[in-house]
Write a protein that binds this ligand. Sequence first.
Ligand SMILES: [Zn+2]
Length: 58
Amino acid sequence: MAKKKDTSKTNVAARLESKAQQQVCRFCGRKPEMVRQLTPSGKVQMFRKCCAEAGLVA
Ligand SMILES: [Zn+2]
């Protein structure tokens, strides 16, 4: 019977998927979402919205 040789196709898809998964926050594992926030003292602070939504930061 005919053999299926389409494993390379799935390899490419898996590779693309793993590449997309590199774009995740290393703290919460979600899609990184950073917002700039001004502290009361006037300093700009980066705030991880993704982590806040994941419940990692208060
Ligand atoms: Zn995060």
